[in-house]
Design a protein around this ligand. Structure first.
Ligand SMILES: Cc1ncc(COP(=O)(O)O)c(C=O)c1O
Length: 434
């Protein structure tokens, strides 16, 4: 390790708290989250004591610092190929867009740097293509933190402080076909934005009858159907796109998270050329009406090309099968604990729904956080105990009674068994206190 890297690890964590956001560091400390990771080895994180952690966050589906993606980036940097093209006609972006279209069945791509970038691009595409004012999202949704995305965010602290929100943006109850029918009845909606499986909303798959209605009604009403696949895509849910088996292909699909192999930030909005033409093909000036300076940089595209190569159909099929087996394993391991409600999800996008214990000692109020008194403590309590067993699991952003499990795709079977065992033992311990 170079002296420069050592110096960063000595002071950088504290500098984050001092110069970026003390609350993030405070929350991580109070929740007992491991913070001081100093190495990424064989896909997992290591702290200074050499303790290893499986990261279940989901941004690292190929494991931390995947060697093939690292090699592709090193090769690019060792060459003299330009990273950025002043004309913006970037050949790396061109090749990546072609590969994405070949893989997904779409015919047009826009690149951003974050999931929220892709959401924003889709909202603007919908307005420009249809010239209609309203945008419909679902309660429980999470689409990122930019203004359009926040306007569709589930009510609460991530949404409320930013009012007034984007005009025309509104939410309907999750899975409510009648509400959807009413919302679309005036034919003044430009887009309906949904996650095929809500991630932060609790690993909740859209019910099949709702998907059927969604596909038919949006088409009838001339509204674009936008599948926010930022969490579900690239094999995470066991398919390249979770929406690929819907009765009709969504007009737009959004991809981000691991597209850059966990090393580079990049996102993509996929649509059909006809929709893009309707939005941006009207006249010469419209061609660049939506843009971002570094959205088409070579390095990110190189990382994404390497990622797509790794994400073979066989690997994605194995995620589908292994995810189903892991789901059964979790259900079997936890079934007898009264704090366990259900395990759900598909592929390696799984959730464990827990029941809040009734003992007052196990409430946030008792732990000295009265402002969190209405939040379930059971998810964070279980996560806290799992950190000590070498698993970095999370709760869903909008529902802390649900653990969100998104392991790397090549996680060994024995690690999954260890997780199921650790989960059962730790939940039993909490249950014994109840
Ligand atoms: C479904 C969904 N959409 C959009 C986003 C926003 O992505 P980003 O944080 O990269 O902006 C997220 C982030 O978790 C997400 O889960």
């Amino acid at each position: 390790m170079s002296e420069n890297v050592r110096d960063i690890f000595r002071e950088g964590f504290d500098e984050f708290a001092r110069f970026i956001n003390p609350l993030i560091a405070q929350r991580a400390r109070l929740a007992g989250e491991p913070i001081r990771f100093v190495r990424a080895l064989d896909g997992v994180l290591l702290d200074a004591e050499g303790q290893s952690y499986e990261d279940f966050h989901g941004t690292q589906m190929l494991g931390h610092r995947n060697p093939s993606v690292v090699a592709a980036l090193q090769q690019f940097l060792a060459s003299d190929a330009p990273n950025w093209f002043p004309s913006r006609v970037n050949p790396w972006a061109g090749r990546l867009a072609r590969r994405l279209c070949e893989r997904s069945g779409y015919s047009n791509v826009y690149f951003g740097m974050s999931g929220a970038d892709a959401v924003e691009a889709a909202l603007k595409l919908s307005r420009a293509a249809t010239r209609k004012p309203r945008i419909i999202g679902l309660e429980g949704g999470y689409h990122g933190c930019s203004f359009g995305a926040v306007s569709l965010m589930h009510d609460g602290p991530l949404h409320d402080p930013f009012a007034p929100h984007l005009s025309g943006a509104e939410k309907i109850p999750f899975g409510d076909i009648d509400a959807l029918t009413r919302a679309l009845s005036e034919r003044d909606v430009c887009a309906v934005v949904v996650e095929p499986i809500q991630g932060e909303g609790g690993v909740r798959a859209l019910p099949a009858p709702f998907v059927e209605a969604l596909c038919a009604l949006t088409e009838q009403a001339g509204a674009l159907l936008i599948a926010d696949e930022v969490q579900t895509s690239l094999g995470r849910s066991g398919r390249f796109l979770a929406s690929e088996r819907w009765p009709r292909r969504p007009d737009v699909a959004l991809i981000a998270k691991t597209l850059g192999g966990g090393l580079m930030p990049i996102s993509a909005m996929l649509c059909q050329r006809e929709v893009f033409e309707r939005a941006y093909g009207q006249n010469f000036f419209m061609g660049e009406a939506h843009n971002s300076t570094f959205g088409f940089n070579g390095l990110s595209c190189v990382a994404a090309l390497s990622t797509l190569e790794l994400l073979s159909d066989e690997l994605i099929a194995s995620v589908r099968q292994r995810g189903a087996a892991f789901l059964d394993q979790l259900t079997l391991a936890l079934a007898e604990n009264p704090l366990f409600e259900e395990a759900r999800g598909s592929g390696f996008m799984l959730g464990i729904k827990l029941r809040q214990p009734t003992h007052p000692w196990l409430s946030f109020e008792h732990f000295g956080w009265p402002e969190l008194k209405d939040q379930p403590s059971i998810g964070p309590l279980l996560c806290h105990r799992l950190y000590r067993r070498g698993f970095f699991a999370f709760v869903c952003g909008h529902d802390w009674s649900i653990l969100r499990l998104q392991p790397r795709f090549d996680i060994p079977a024995e690690r999954l068994s260890e997780f199921a065992r650790a989960c059962r033992e730790e939940l039993d311990q909490i249950g014994a206190l109840n």
